[in-house]
Structures are given as structure tokens and as C-alpha cells.
Ligand binder design. Sequence first.
Ligand code: SF4
Ligand code: SF4
Length: 463
Amino acid sequence: MKLADMKIHKLGRGYHLNEFKEFTNKKPVEMLPLPDEVVIPLLQHLGEPCEPIVKVGDKVKPGQLIGSLEEYWMAPIHSSVAGKVTAIEPRMTDSGQEINSVVIEVDKENSEFELPAHPRDPHELDVEALKDAIRHGGGVGMGGGACPTYININLDEPVETLILNGAECEPFLTCDQRQMVEWADELIGGAEILMRVIGAKKTYIGIETNKEDAIELLATKVENRRDIEVVALEAKYPQGYKKNIIKSVTGRTPPEGARSSEVGCIVKNVGTAITTYNAVVYGKGCFERVITVSGPGTVPKAGNYMVKVGTPIGHILSHCGVDTESLDGYKVIMGGPMTGASQKSLDVPIIKKTTGILVLPPEFVESGEISPCIRCGKCSDHCPVYLNPGALSVFVEAGDFESAVNWRLDQCAECGICSYVCPSRRPVTQMILRAKPEVKKIIRARRKAQKEREAAAKQKAAS
Ligand code: SF4
Ligand code: SF4
């Protein structure tokens, strides 16, 4: 099936960014050599941190469970290597927070995960057994969301549509594209498993048109199926934002504050589907992943690499030919340039949700005087959720969080477009992000007051 013959599903508001995918999009996934030490944080998901179930001095194997699975909102942690536990202590992570971590001295000779001699056939497993395998696999949203996979597929009611998100709309990143091309069968197998678990009748695999190879390969593989379909999406940022891809693929718009399942959809990253397949078929935990290492001429061996969770970013950059001693003025970003986090230390480890490492030079990371909002409206013109980011930034500056709530600050998708387009160089997204905790408090207080008013009115009516 050819892309030229397919309908292109448009995104409403958004922005055509420079893509910079040409540095890596044709580069097959390579195994990154092992570091001497891995640092595996015990919190790599949205939810509660895991408790360590190993102690200093223990020998571990690749795939061995090292972080517990007791709380519901938890994704278990597995060792990514063979080796000896040398410390369990707080270490710096990509969020800038110190998280309790298991430090392992790597035994490089024995760190290959052995696939089972008899892989499981998913068709022979019932839905509860599939769910159990997914929960034990410790998978999370591999596109950066980090919600434990098990949590949002464990539904009370079936959901009719599964959307696999292969938009990968952030510049530079190509890890999803390479996975779609190199593990297409595992991706389709993962979709079949997820469909059975959530009770879906149909899967749409949404892919931006700048990934022609992935679209054509997957569309050809499913062309005789009615239950799986590839959808070509306009390449426009942020096409991969959950509400956008639901709208682009199905035409449905989830109401504000509603879950996607309320419009009959569950959205999963394509990498999450592959991780799910590996968990069910091979009993393989989520302890390695594909990342893109790139930058505008800053990474001599830019590419897509399979990396063990816990590998420090300094080790990865050194392998890719970056002189890590000469990065003054450069920004090292974990994730994409629009939503990723700038890193202060190269000791920070890769975790399950890491999609890439970017090295951006001083001339690329535009800086300069921040000036007042000139009300040009550019940010509003491109905001994908129809906010007025300029006004929100002014409210936040003035500490007027009540107005920020009235102007729907909580709906911000954190896409970064408003900061990107602002001629006054205002860090609008960052201001909005900083205000979110205060705004959430006000929303909670308003809801509580509303409930109290309703209860009082009921009581009055009854008496
Ligand atoms: S306000 Fe939020 S959603 Fe709108 S452009 Fe800015 S970051 Fe994106
Ligand atoms: S783009 Fe910048 S200057 Fe223009 S309205 Fe938005 S915040 Fe104000």
C-alpha cells in the first residue's frame, strides 16, 4: 500500500516545526555497549515508588525483579544487566529529583537476557493471564507518558477502539519510526493482545506522513485485515498529543477533564505495544528501550540505540562521539526539544520513558532578553487546545491564579508551542507549568465548595 493512495488526516491547530529527523531516520537500531555501572531508579512511572527487593552485595541477572509490585499504581522494576548490587541510595534523575535507586556493577559477559526456549502463544492465554503478564512486565507509556500500561487497560467496561500512537511529532526523534519498521510484527502482535484485553474491535495505527517507510510497511502487513488499519496523519506538531490523535483518527473530541475511554478510545504508544508483546510472549520485563541520540551536527554518531535502563547519559554520548568535557553553553536534553528536560548532570540514567538524548548548541538554544507580552496573538493562533497563553502568562506573573483557572490553564497540554513562537521570548509554557499546582488547588477547592452547596440544597429541599 502506497502513502500516495492514502487519505491524510489533518490536525487543526498546531505548528509546522523543522523536523531534523534526517540525521537518524534511516539509521537502524544498534545495541549500545554496556556501561561499567547502571543506576536504576525505583520510580520510573506515574504512581508510587517501588521498594527494593534486593540488598547491597546481591548478585542479579538481566530481567530479575529488583523493585516490588505491591501497590496498584506501580510498575515493577527489573535489572537491566547481570552484576552485583553496590548501593541502594538516592540518585539524581531526569526530573531533577533524587530517587532511591539500585546501583549495579555490570558483569558485561553475562548481561544478555536469555529468551525462553518455549515462548508463550498469546492466543492460548485468557484475558486475566494476559493482564497478569503485562503487569509483571512493568511496561509504561514508552512515548514519555510513563503511566503503568497495566493501569489504563484494566477497565470495567470494554472500549471499542485502540489507537497506537506512531505520530512521533517532536523534532529529531526517530526511535518510534525505527521500531515500527524493524519490529512491525511484534507491534501488530502487541496490538492484538491489547485489543483482547480492553475488548476493542478495531485498532488504528496513527503515523505522521514524514514516516513513509513505516506507513507503507505496516499498511501492507494489515491490508487484508478489517480489525487493524493504518492512518496517515498530517506531520504537524503536536499531532501525537492524546486528544489530538483521537480527534485526527476518529473525529471524536474528548470533553475537558474526561478520560479518552469516555469517547471509546485507549491510546498507546507504538513502543508500548512492542513492550507488551515482549512481556506476554517472552516474559521480558521493561528494562531496555530504543532511544534516539541526535543534534544539529553535534553528535558524530547520531543514531537509534537499544540502551539498558540505568545507563548514564554521559556513557551514551561518549559512545556517540560527543566530547563530554566540552559541552559548555550546550544543552543536553532528555526527550524531545519541545517537551524534554534539560539536564545538568551527565550521570543521570536512561529510564523506561526516555525517548532520546539531544545535544543542542548555543546558537540553537535561542536566548535573549525576555520582554513584556505585546499581545501579538501568535501563541493563541497555534495553541492546540485553544487557550490564550499570552493572557495566562500575564495572570501568572501577577499571581492572579483565580483568573488563570477561569481561562482554563489546567487544560494546557504542555506542548511548548507558545514559548517557541513568542517574539518577546517569554517562557510561557514554563510559567504555565509552574502555576499548575496552585491552579489545581483552586479547582479542587471550587469542586468541594460546589458539592457542599449541592448537598446543602438537597438537605433544604428534603426538610
Ligand atoms: S498553552 Fe499549553 S497547550 Fe497551548 S501552546 Fe502553550 S504549552 Fe501548548
Ligand atoms: S506570542 Fe508572546 S507576545 Fe505574542 S501574545 Fe503570546 S505571549 Fe504575548
